[in-house]
Design a protein around this ligand. Structure first.
Ligand SMILES: O=C(O)COP(=O)(O)O
Ligand SMILES: [Mg+2]
Length: 226
């Protein structure tokens, strides 16, 4: 049996521009064990991705703030606290960087994100005052509740679905994957990963983005066949 997977999306199943690698459509629905998407994206994004990939909807979204497992949704994280910090950031002259539709935050239930061109020093100073934290995933700044992590979300999924986190193989690329790497039995950082993810991973891959992820899946299949 191949092991279950817990996979980050941006930087791990995508190219450098955040576009989904089309090979995901071949390999993920065909994987002969559970596949969990664990992302910093707002809840609807991984749900849609599961839908279009044809995967069961088992999802860790918003860096663990939202978990969908076995048809049940649970929330942790305080969107209001993040919103208060974001509002103060804007009041002090900061710009979150989104257009009027703000589809990045519109359906986000437990945190707020800013574009990477936002004033980081101001954002961090305001976040400190509001007891929220800022993480830089390489795709956005996330203003979030400390302690809400993808890894905690993975533990919740495993409790709900009676899985053992030790059985999981994790692949990711950034600081928001380090907690997943600590909880999963085996962890891989793609070559484009940031230093925190590389430090936390059991193995740092030679290849980047989906090429790196596919190299893990290939070797897991080979192990299974041996
Ligand atoms: O939303 C982000 O900033 C990054 O998303 P990811 O966790 O899927 O890489
Ligand atoms: Mg990522």
């Amino acid at each position: 049996m191949v092991p279950p997977l817990v996979l980050d999306i941006d930087g791990t199943l995508t190219d450098a521009d955040g576009h989904l690698d089309p090979r995901a459509f071949e390999v993920l629905p065909a994987w002969d064990a559970p596949v969990i998407l664990a992302t910093g994206k707002a809840f609807p994004y991984p749900v849609s991705l599961c839908h279009y990939l044809g995967l069961p909807q088992t999802v860790i979204a918003e860096n663990g703030g939202v978990v969908l497992a076995d048809g049940e949704v649970t929330f942790t994280g305080d969107r209001e606290a993040a919103q208060a910090a974001a509002d103060e950031f804007v009041a002090r002259g900061g710009d979150l960087g989104w257009d009027a539709a703000d589809t990045a935050n519109r359906w986000r239930e437990t945190e707020i994100i800013a574009r990477l061109n936002a004033d980081e020093a101001l954002l961090r100073a305001v976040a400190d005052e509001f007891d929220v934290e800022v993480i830089d995933t390489g795709f956005a700044y996330h203003i979030k509740t400390p302690g809400v992590e993808k890894g905690v979300g993975l533990e919740r999924v495993c409790e709900t679905m009676d899985y053992d986190p030790e059985d999981f193989v994790a692949v990711g690329d950034s600081v928001n994957d380090a907690s997943t790497f600590r909880v999963a039995g085996r962890s891989y950082a793609v070559a484009n990963a940031d230093d925190v993810a590389k430090e936390a991973a059991d193995t740092v891959l030679d290849r980047s983005y989906m090429d790196g992820t596919l190299s893990v899946l290939d070797s897991l299949r080979e192990e299974d066949a041996a």
